[in-house]
Ligand binder design. Structure first.
Ligand code: GTP
Length: 414
């Protein structure tokens, strides 16, 4: 029997996801028509004999209640529960704190998945690879562009066995372009190693720091656990060739949305909008919530998601929403307006002939540098933002409840 843990963090994390996380906790933000962590759940539900998924974080207890009710209907074969840490315990501290819950029923192994990623989740491949070696952990790895590798946990593995020999979290200089994706498969026996890592941390604290600070129960999966595992022939990598993205900044929801929509286009086209007689012009992979109203004159796509109750009004020369736009609950979008490379928050309004525009995301970075100045590549409008007629908003982050009567470029509008 297998289980899984999804690490969701808490309200003090996910700050880079503002302004969108001001209205919904990041793990529940909709990407390609489903909350971020529902994509995790739908991949876990495909694994035979996976009985339980524990969502571990330090949000209030009621935050995941509706999601868990929804999961009980959509994924009846798995039991989904939320376990709340009494404080932020770190990416391994919560797993150790709830070890009895994880071990109940004697699972042979359990997945641990970061909430803030979008991925093809090749979980069966990880299970198959794990059964072939004697390690305690198989982690999912992927190659990233060399110049971006030091933003992630980097690893060096033996090519013939995939055994990880060296793991460094965000190294200062280049060591490898193979990085950890935040998806782990652990043997249940790993808890003795986690206990040893916690004891090491406490001993180090007693030797060095006990006069200056109180000991804490936080434990980091990457630095405190994976590193010692990599020194003892216990850590292996399973490298994926398929898509993987981190969802850190609000703008990173856009490439994640595109990746999931493209995945649907290849394997589940019934989830996507189809071009019909009298329907809007649909280009490429597009998701439209059944309760959204989209005028037939609109041109939409590729890689656009339109959320519940959005109203895309009538266009004189056609409205255009294109290229990795992600829309949620737009109150209304008026004639002739255009949205590109942007996320538009709940109950916002885009006026006639207005443009809300970002720039394409380059690799894993969601910023662009022009004339030495760094700005957001994706434009984000928070909740209830109103963009007046003929206004252009380019490469901006706009906080909720703003009324924009002038055009802005490369700004954070508070
Ligand atoms: P940064 O790039 O510095 O944000 O680090 P990272 O990419 O390694 O991410 P981080 O380790 O902060 O978080 C990975 C995942 O674990 C995210 O989904 C977080 O929400 C979650 N997480 C982080 N800290 C905690 C914690 O204390 N408790 C729980 N339950 N989850 C956490």
């Amino acid at each position: 029997m297998h289980k899984a843990v999804i690490l969701v963090g808490g309200p003090s994390r996910g700050t880079r996801f503002r302004p969108l996380s001001l209205n919904v906790p990041k793990p529940l933000f909709p990407v390609a028509g489903a909350p971020i962590i529902e994509h995790h759940l739908s991949a876990l539900a495909k694994i035979d004999n996976l009985k339980e998924v524990l969502i571990i974080g330090f949000f209030e207890d009621n935050v995941f209640a509706n999601f868990i009710d929804h999961a009980a209907v959509e994924y009846p074969n798995i039991n989904v529960r939320y376990l709340r840490e009494y404080q932020a315990l770190g990416t391994a501290g919560g797993i150790y704190h709830f070890r009895d819950e994880i071990l109940r029923g004697n699972p042979t192994s359990f997945f641990v998945i970061h909430a803030d990623i979008a991925c093809d989740f090749p979980l069966q491949g990880m299970l198959d690879a794990h059964s072939k070696h004697r390690g305690l952990c198989t982690l999912l790895g992927t190659k990233v562009p060399r110049e971006q590798a030091n933003k992630f946990g980097c690893l060096i593995a033996r090519p013939e066995t995939n055994e990880v020999m060296h793991y460094v979290e965000k190294p200062e200089s280049f060591i490898s372009d193979l990085i950890s994706c935040g998806v782990y498969l652990f043997d249940s026996a790993v808890f003795s190693e986690i206990k040893a890592a916690l004891d090491n941390k406490k001993n180090a604290h007693e030797e060095n720091d006990y006069l200056w600070s109180a000991p804490d129960d936080r434990l980091r999966l990457e630095q405190d656990l994976l590193r010692p595992l990599s020194e003892g022939k216990k850590l292996y990598v399973f490298e994926t060739q398929n898509f993987w993205r981190q969802i850190k900044t609000a703008g990173s929801a856009v490439p994640a949305n595109a990746a999931y929509l493209e995945k649907y286009a290849a394997g589940a086209p019934e989830r996507l909008a189809r071009k019909k007689e009298g329907s809007p012009d649909i280009v490429g992979a597009v998701y439209i919530h059944p309760s959204a109203q989209v005028d037939p004159s609109a041109k939409i796509g590729p890689n656009v998601s339109i959320g519940p109750r959005a109203v895309i009004g009538k266009g004189t020369e056609g409205l255009r929403l294109a290229l990795a736009v992600h829309l949620i609950d737009i109150l209304s979008m008026q004639a002739g307006s255009c949205i590109l490379h942007a996320v538009v928050g709940w109950d916002s309004r885009i006026g006639t002939w207005a443009r809300v525009e970002g720039s394409p995301v380059q690799g894993h970075s969601t910023t662009v540098t022009r004339n030495g100045v760094k700005s957001q590549s994706i434009t984000i409008l928070g909740k209830e933002v109103s963009v007046k007629d003929e206004i252009i908003i380019r490469n901006c982050i706009v906080l909720p409840h703003k009324e924009l009567k002038a055009s802005f470029h490369n700004e954070i509008l508070m």
